[in-house]
Design a protein around this ligand. Sequence first.
Ligand SMILES: C[S@@+](CC[C@H](N)C(=O)[O-])C[C@H]1O[C@@H](n2cnc3c(N)ncnc32)[C@H](O)[C@@H]1O
Length: 280
Amino acid sequence: MEESTPSRTALRVALRRAAHQLYDLPVVFDDPMAVPILGKAYDEELRRTPRRADRPFSISLRAFLVVRSRYAEDNLKRAVAAGVRQYVLLGAGLDTFAHRNATPQLRVFEVDHPNTQAWKRELLERNGIATPAGLTYVPVDFESQSLAERLQASGFDRNVPAFFAWLGVVPYLTLPAFRATRQFIEGQAAGSGVVFDYARPRATLPPLEQLAYDSLASRVQSAGEPFQLAFTVEEIATELSGFRSVEDIGSVEMNARYFQGRTDQLAVRGTAGRVVCAWL
Ligand SMILES: C[S@@+](CC[C@H](N)C(=O)[O-])C[C@H]1O[C@@H](n2cnc3c(N)ncnc32)[C@H](O)[C@@H]1O
């Protein structure tokens, strides 16, 4: 990320979650705060979001972005049912879970780059959305600051289980930053879990998907947030060998689980993006 600006990719993702609420009915990811958090300032951009099936790459990207949030919150529900009472959003962006949290005992920690977090808080204030009880903001730069120290100073308890969502962040990190955070999660209490998404390496993709990848890579690069990290399925399995169980799903599983029977074109295409849930 550029040092002085909030994450522009966080805005792009939030715009797609909001567009999903307006244009993809029935929704796969129900987020009644997705439109209000953006407010009037982004009305025009939201209206320009492609809706039509003749933009298959764009529709597929939106499907991927909403399904990873749905998958994270489905697994969060499992964690909460098993007694987990801490939810940590790593690179929270404009995620609105804290504002929809129906479990008062569940504490939510939003960890993000200080610039992105300051921008989010400004947006919330401007749009009249109050900070909910049970939400703690934790500004951290994963590349240069200690997540463990910052979380601990914010009241996070390492001795009891926690669930982590790390959505849309891993592709932008360096390998050492990825491993530092993964090791931190690995050191949590038994019963903890994490959901994150990752990209497969460009060279392993079929030619048409390489073109789609190049187009997305050049857009995030010009937003100042270049892709830096990709893994094969085998590499991710090795990275996560310290976890008790790992589920790693691609478009086939996502479509079977979440997009069956739709009459629109909303579905995840291709093999580039995958989502993982790992438990300790
Ligand atoms: C694509 S956005 C995803 C946001 C959110 N998780 C979502 O799904 O809407 C990437 C997020 O990662 C955060 N991020 C990227 N690099 C970071 C870093 N070095 N330290 C902290 N946060 C970082 C950005 O601030 C941004 O919120």
